[in-house]
Design a protein around this ligand. Structure first.
Ligand code: IPE
Ligand code: IPE
Ligand code: MG
Length: 265
């Protein structure tokens, strides 16, 4: 990975080199549903697992590109609460893959100023993976570069239920007046607390659904679906998504285009 701490001149030139991109209108936060690994492998007569391996390379590449483009946060859907229903061999393979990739990449993430966080019900993951995740988060917590959120055993509905539970507990203890619960206090109980909502959601492999991803946070994200299968998602595919994003007119319910940071809190 190249350092994300590029000068603003370097940043402009990265944007300029991506034809037609306006450095002033980049999304602050990109969320991605990395779909199509299995189909990518099948199309090549390979086992599904090879698709997941190739998917890791696409993720590393996307993270590097986003970092170089000074995008503030990349949130990637790696494993959903529903993915446990896959064959046990595939689930085990994915858990082992997460562990080995994180082990291998941790040093470079640390060096490149990436701040990594895993969002989801981590208690259900293998203990060795939980330990490595805790170490990775702790070693990168002070990093000033891109926020890299990896949604692992993540489900949007589960996240909302847990937030409601916590608020109910605080209310029951008399710490919180239920009438004071508002969007801000609710969002503060989510796994993404402190992170701006995604501006752009990318889903690969042509599926037009959000599959229980960031149900609250995607309220006003621009949705971009591409037929490209995740392992084939490269710089060109990201550029096309960003150009498409910059062509959108975001009104947030009003009548004139505004940017997310102009919204009232
Ligand atoms: C996405 O690719 C990766 C995970 C859900 C872990 P898939 O494995 O869903 O690939 P397809 O949809 O079967 O092609
Ligand atoms: C969504 O992909 C979950 C991840 C990318 C981790 P799926 O392949 O599981 O979603 P569905 O089943 O097509 O909705
Ligand atoms: Mg899929």
């Amino acid at each position: 990975m190249t350092s994300r701490l590029a000068s603003s001149a370097e940043h402009s030139s990265v944007c300029a080199s991506i034809n037609g991109l306006d450095p002033k209108r980049m999304p602050e936060h990109i969320a991605v549903i990395m779909d199509g690994n299995g189909r990518w492998a099948k199309a090549r007569g390979l086992p599904r697992m090879m698709g997941h391996r190739a998917g890791v390379e696409a993720l590393k590449n996307t993270l590097r590109l986003c970092s170089d483009l000074r995008i503030g946060a990349l949130t990637a859907y790696a494993f959903s609460t529903e993915n446990w229903s896959r064959p046990i061999d595939e689930v085990n393979f994915l858990m082992t893959l997460f562990q080995s990739v994180l082990q291998k990449e941790l040093e470079s993430l640390e060096r490149e100023q990436v701040k990594i966080k895993f969002l989801g019900d981590l208690d259900a993951l293998p203990t060795s993976l939980q330990d490595l995740i805790a170490e990775a988060e702790q070693r990168t917590v002070l990093n000033g570069g891109i926020h890299f959120n990896v949604c692992t055993n993540y489900g949007g509905r589960r996240e909302l239920v847990l937030a409601a539970q916590r608020l109910a507990e605080l209310s029951a203890k008399g710490i919180l007046d239920p009438s004071h619960i508002d969007e801000g206090s609710f969002a503060a109980e989510l796994l993404t607390a402190g992170e701006a909502d995604p501006d752009l959601l990318i889903r690969t492999s042509g599926e037009r659904r959000i599959s229980n991803f960031l149900l609250w946070q995607l309220a006003y994200a621009e949705i971009y679906v591409t037929d490209v299968l995740w392992p084939d998602f490269d710089a060109e595919a990201l550029k096309i998504a960003l150009v498409d994003f910059q062509s959108r007119c975001r009104r947030f319910g009003g009548l004139t285009p505004i940017s997310a940071d102009q919204l009232m809190p």
